[in-house]
Unconditional design. Sequence first.
Length: 343
Amino acid sequence: MEQFHFNLVRWYEEKKRNLPWRETKNPYLIWLSEIILQQTRVDQGLKYFISFKTNFPTIQDLAKASEMEVLNLWKGLGYYSRARNLHGTAIYIAENLNGKFPDNYDDIIKLKGIGSYTAAAISSFAFNEAKAVLDGNVYRVLSRVFGISTPINSTQGKKEFQALADEILDKANPGTHNQAIMEFGAMQCVPINPNCENCPLNFMCVAFSEKKVKQFPIKIGETKISNKYFVFTIIKENGKILLEKRTDSGIWKNLYQFPLTEFESLDEKSAFLNNRAYDFISNEIKHILSHQHLHCTFVISREKAQIHHPNYSWVSVKEIDEFPIPRVIERFIEENHLLIFNT
Ligand code: SF4
């Protein structure tokens, strides 16, 4: 293992990207970066990290902010439950832990929105606690280097890979080891066509020596995807547009949208659209989430009647940017600004 650790860390010191969250031991900032980077590319997450750090330099600042401010700053990143958990956890820490971020894995993992990977990342990066991280990049590296064919998304696989990650962790330098193996997976041992000929771990890589790199990591049947069929109705009156606040507990909780009608099937949605007259009907826009495909159509309605509902607000063109809006709607507005606001 000595050669493995040496080569991995030497590669990391030479090739690592300079990222601001690697230059701090502040657990709040490390936590912030980890939550932003879930399901987000590093180049996209970077500007959000800087903007959160600038607007909320401490956990107390984040706790004091309104949920609307936090969601607005999160705009464009998607998966808004991350922002809500971030804010809720900051409030919890400010009110119950004297504003002090917990300093060990067992306490960190009790916080809402933090799973085993994030708790291991924060405790090892900030406090050098010997907890091995296991994310998609680490699974790929371990499965290839050690030639493990247990599916990474099976219960057995999760146990086996965690045991291996714990075993090979450099207990003297867990923070650097974890950063290095994740970066190695992200930059060197990439999913498609890794440069194996020029790799510091090829001397011990089972997948490379057996010419099976493409086969690793092994996964069993992917998660079932469900389809939802949405019609968003754009209703305008006196230069204002109707927005609805979502109050359900779903992924778009407390975000704003054009009033939505939801269907279980394409047939139901088509029947609904065919029975009404509209000034405009968009092509269908498919919005892909991890477990759901949303089939969205936007219509501009001819009905000008006043609509009263506690969750509805009339909003002017200038104000619309101040509302947190799901990414699919935001993109539609960006691409159809003239159509929506000038017709
Ligand atoms: S030899 Fe190839 S598959 Fe093996 S660790 Fe290096 S890059 Fe990954």
